[in-house]
Design a protein around this ligand. Structure first.
Ligand code: MG
Ligand code: MG
Length: 253
């Protein structure tokens, strides 16, 4: 079921979104060679819980054990923070985080370079960021979910990359995952119609190689089938009234 949020609910989600954005900024300050993904997770959880009423959305969601998903290089999403995963110069680290505040969630992700990364990795980050921006720009009343996916796909595939198809963006609100599903591919004017007050998480996962993915034996970590690099950027947005651009609720401040 697609839920429409009141202006007041959207303000609460924006408050959650500001904590999400600040969490990613704090994590980014700690991203450097020699740091473990578990250390980053601890920094993030402490930071989120320092805000009254806020808690990490992911911890316990479908029994996920941590505050962050930390996914390195060929890992696409859902990597589990670990003291044994230590960042190295040249890695790409995708960090996904959600915050629950006063009954509502916000969700965002970003991929960070660890030290100096390859030109291909730099290009992947730029393209995936552009793909997210193109998708967000389509989140307007009167458009359809397919317009978002189409815009994401055009940017990613236009650059010679591929989009992951099995994992999608989603509605978000009092439940972390709500309808509609928001694929990173699609056709214009297809899928559910966007209406004011819808809140959705748009989250392109872009692979340098093929679109195929598989899940590791830990039952969580999703990797590219061909071992190619992957990046992930995500924002939670609110669809505005007719003719107004979407409001990015997880925008960095
Ligand atoms: Mg997310
Ligand atoms: Mg999400």
């Amino acid at each position: 079921m697609i839920t429409i949020k009141s202006p007041r609910e959207i303000e609460t989600m924006a408050a959650a979104g500001r904590i999400v954005a600040a969490t990613l900024a704090v994590v980014a300050q700690h991203v450097r060679p020699g740091v473990s993904t578990e250390e980053l997770d601890r920094v993030a959880e402490d930071f989120i819980r320092s805000h009254p009423g806020a808690r990490p959305s992911f911890k316990g969601l479908y029994d996920f054990p941590a505050t962050l998903c930390t996914s390195l290089n060929q890992e696409v999403v859902h990597g589990i923070p670990s003291p044994r995963r230590v960042l190295k110069e040249g890695d790409l680290l995708s960090v996904d985080v959600g915050v629950w505040l006063d009954g509502l969630h916000a969700d965002s992700a970003a991929t960070f370079p660890v030290g100096k990364v390859s030109p291909e990795a730099e290009r992947l980050l730029a393209v995936t960021r552009q793909a997210l921006a193109a998708g967000v720009a389509q989140a307007r009343a009167g458009n359809h979910v397919g317009d978002i996916g189409h815009a994401v796909q055009e940017v990613a595939e236009g650059a010679g990359y591929s989009v992951v198809r099995e994992l999608v963006g989603h509605g978000i609100g009092s439940a972390f995952h709500e309808d509609p599903q928001v694929p990173n591919y699609g056709k214009p004017k297809r899928g559910p119609r966007l209406v004011p007050g819808m809140t959705i998480a748009i989250e392109p996962m872009v692979n340098v190689g093929g679109a195929e993915i598989r899940t590791l034996d830990d039952k969580w970590t999703v990797v590219t089938e061909d071992g190619s690099l992957s990046a992930h950027f995500e924002h939670t947005v609110a669809v505005g009234e007719n003719d107004t651009p979407p409001r990015i609720l997880t925008k960095p401040v």
